[in-house]
Ligand binder design. Structure first.
Ligand SMILES: *Cc1c(COP(=O)(O)O)cnc(C)c1O
Length: 352
């Protein structure tokens, strides 16, 4: 029998959001925080054109895409590290700091990929419980030891949607030693409307230990193509670039991301429609008697405790796929108005 790493026996595998269908065939996937809109014609065109090149390896350095991101955010080219989705960039970050004995601090519950990536990189996860579904930044600062090399702050937090504010984040960053890398995972940044929730890029410019993780998967609607990036000062970005698997970001992802940046106004209009739906859904749920934490992302969080799996089953019966976390609650993505109505009608009928 071949022998494997021990951690594989205990590691919880990543569970992707499922699609479900009602007996009448209706199916609404609100389990993966995807954009409810299909790709823009201009993006499809770029992909179709790009398809003519797929007998060639992609540009390993993704030069044109990196230039486009640098220009868009007014950051130096050398401050960008790309990956096949920001999950992969997160994996690269864990590989960059990971060594036996190293600790990485993050809130829990937060993005399900973190514990998996920590286990794979062989580092110890230090989980700091959320307080009222929000990051407890004081406790996170206190959790930092001599062995800590990285802290993840998911802002807004997946799966609760809550966001940390500028002042508290600044105070936290002031407390973190410079030898500890702070990664601000801003996968849902484009959905933030609270003016007190900071843009992480405002922190990284004068803090060499801060990196900002962004993705094309959510607001830009390219989840299926896999492209995301880190923006951080040169030493951090350069270290992360060293860990990339050659040619990880494929050509179609590169051209689609460039086309998406060109079509950003159109895409952000769609984001605005999702934000309006988010307000409608949250207010409807509150009117139904639910307690829903304020959300700055494209999903809502329902505290369901022991009833979580029953709720997910009730949703599935109506063709609505949600993301349940047994014993805790369910995360429900904001979808099309029709999908949201289907979800709201299940929520209305469910005992609370
Ligand atoms: C969705 C998500 C990501 C990004 O996913 P990719 O598709 O790999 O870019 C990263 N972080 C969080 C918190 C997410 O929810």
């Amino acid at each position: 029998m071949p022998r494997f790493r021990q951690i594989l026996d205990t590691m919880a595998p990543y569970k992707p959001g499922k699609a479900v269908a009602a007996p009448d065939g209706r199916s609404y996937k609100l389990s993966s925080n995807e954009s409810p809109y299909g790709p823009l014609p201009s993006v499809i065109e770029a992909i179709a054109e790009g398809a003519r090149q797929i007998h060639r390896y992609p540009d390993a350095g993704a030069i044109k895409l990196t230039e486009a991101i640098a220009e868009r955010f007014d950051v130096p080219f050398g401050h960008i590290a790309l990956g096949a989705g920001s999950v992969t960039v997160a994996q690269q970050l864990f590989e960059t700091v990971g060594e036996p004995g190293v600790e990485v601090v993050y809130a829990w519950r937060s993005f399900e990929a973190y514990p998996l990536l920590a286990d794979l990189a062989g580092v110890k996860s230090v989980l700091v419980p959320l307080v009222e579904e929000k990051h407890d930044l004081d406790a996170m600062a206190e959790a930092i030891t001599d062995d800590t090399r990285m802290v993840f702050v998911c802002n807004p937090n997946n799966p609760t949607g809550t966001a940390v504010r500028r002042r508290e984040l600044e105070a936290f960053l002031d407390r973190v030693p410079e030898r500890v890398l702070v990664v601000l995972d801003e996968a849902y940044h484009e959905y933030v409307r609270d003016a007190d929730v900071p843009d992480g890029l405002t922190f990284y410019r004068d803090r060499p230990n801060v990196g900002v993780l962004r993705t094309f998967s959510k607001a830009y609607g390219l989840a299926g193509l896999r492209v995301g990036y880190l923006i951080a000062q040169e030493p951090v970005a350069a270290a992360v670039r060293k860990t990339i698997i050659p040619f990880a970001v494929n050509h179609l992802a590169q051209v689609a991301a460039i086309a998406s940046l060109k079509a950003e106004d159109e895409l952000l209009e769609r984001v605005e429609r999702v934000v309006k739906e988010r307000t409608r859904v949250r207010e409807a749920l509150i009117a139904q008697g639910w307690t829903i934490p304020p959300t700055e992302a494209n999903f809502v969080w329902l505290r369901l405790g022991e009833r979580t799996l029953d709720f997910a089953a009730a949703c599935a019966e109506q063709g609505v796929a949600v993301r349940p976390f047994a014993g805790e609650g369910a995360r429900v993505s904001i979808g099309s108005p029709e999908a949201n109505d289907a979800f709201l009608s299940v929520a209305k009928a469910f005992p609370r």
